[in-house]
Design a protein around this ligand. Structure first.
Ligand SMILES: Cc1cc2nc3c(=O)[nH]c(=O)nc-3n(C[C@H](O)[C@H](O)[C@H](O)COP(=O)(O)OP(=O)(O)OC[C@H]3O[C@@H](n4cnc5c(N)ncnc54)[C@H](O)[C@@H]3O)c2cc1C
Length: 308
């Protein structure tokens, strides 16, 4: 064993959940090591336009309580298509938009009244960099390019294999996303619903952009949003068949875009592309993790819904 050092908690994943948790644990005086699989957490998909994230009230309140809300400045860039609508959008659920004037916060009895807004736009890049900066300032160690590969549990310890090395910790928390290695290795259940669609976020150069109408459009074949000059999100109801099953090529993107938009639009070049689905799953609340008595498993995964 090349590294016998024992941390109180090792967190797998330096996404928003892992980083926020790291800060919370450090506030309680716990020693924390975060292992992040990606060597370079900065990704163009975390910046505008695709890194745009609308924060919900509980997330905004969490940033406020920790004195971090002021650091979340509005993203700088061209106005998104929904910002140009006459009615202020309140958000969307699976592409079904709802409007701010229809939200009655008085119907949220669980919410403690406070000075913060109920919605806020930011980017993944900003959320992660604010939280990473705070974590490092608090003494959290973050090692990038080191993904958790496997684990072994004993009564009072978990041994973690990462990057061909071994680490020991009292607890391991899986904040490693929707396809969590920790969840699978620890045998946590993850139940939910299968995808109905493949979603595409693409940055393209169009030969004939006038063929597409700006904004959000529901068509007989799916849904697309178009923002000039070449930012497109689209939803193809294929049961998630094209998500991560093959390379996203220009030809494929053009075929899907033509079919969904009902146009003969031509994609001259494909600059950036990613896919996602509406698969929704969660770890049941009965998970093994919540107990800290000796003899109980020493791993935990976050108990929230995850997309994959
Ligand atoms: C297209 C899209 C739009 C979205 N829009 C919104 C929105 O507007 N508002 C909103 O609140 N949410 C939105 N979400 C959801 C939001 O992005 C996620 O809920 C959030 O990123 C989850 O954070 P996380 O830290 O749990 O996981 P992630 O952000 O997935 O981070 C997991 C981290 O773990 C790392 N990792 C993976 N495997 C390992 C391993 N084996 N070992 C170590 N590290 C590992 C990954 O590299 C990653 O850095 C959106 C998601 C998508 C796909």
């Amino acid at each position: 064993m090349s590294n016998p050092l024992i941390h109180d908690v090792v967190i797998a994943g330096a996404g928003p959940v892992g980083l926020f948790l790291a800060c919370e644990l450090r506030s309680a005086g716990v020693s924390v090591l975060v292992l992040e699989k990606s060597a370079h957490p900065d990704s163009p998909l975390k910046a505008l336009p695709f890194g745009m994230r609308g924060l919900s009230a509980p997330s905004i309140e969490a940033f406020y309580r920790r004195g971090l809300l002021a650091a979340l400045t509005p993203p700088k860039g061209p106005a998104a298509h929904w910002e140009m609508q006459a009615r202020r959008p309140g958000g969307h659920f699976a592409g079904i938009q709802f409007f701010h004037d229809k939200i009655d916060t008085a119907k949220w009895p669980y919410r403690i009244a406070g000075p913060v807004p109920t919605s806020l736009a930011t980017t993944m890049q900003q959320v992660e960099s604010i939280l990473a900066e705070r974590a490092l300032a608090m003494g959290v160690e973050i090692r990038c390019g080191l993904g958790v590969e496997s684990l072994e549990q004993s009564d009072d310890m978990v041994t973690i294999r990462a990057g061909g090395d071994s680490l020991r910790a009292r607890w391991l928390v899986g904040c490693d996303g929707g396809r969590s290695t920790v969840r699978k290795a620890a045998g946590f259940e993850f139940a939910g619903t299968d995808p109905e669609f493949t979603g595409y976020s693409i940055q393209v150069v169009l030969e004939d952009p006038a063929q597409l109408a700006v904004g959000r459009h529901y068509t007989a074949a799916g849904m697309y949003t178009y923002q000039q000059p070449g930012t497109i999100a689209m939803v193809d109801f294929d049961g998630g068949a094209c998500h991560r099953s093959e390379a996203i090529t220009l030809e494929h993107v053009q075929e899907v875009l033509r079919r969904i938009s009902g146009t003969a639009v031509t994609v001259a070049s494909l600059e950036l592309a990613t896919t996602w689905t509406d698969r929704a799953a969660r770890q049941p609340p009965t998970a093994k993790a919540a107990c800290c008595s000796p003899g109980m498993p020493r791993t935990s995964t976050r108990r929230s819904a995850a997309r994959a």
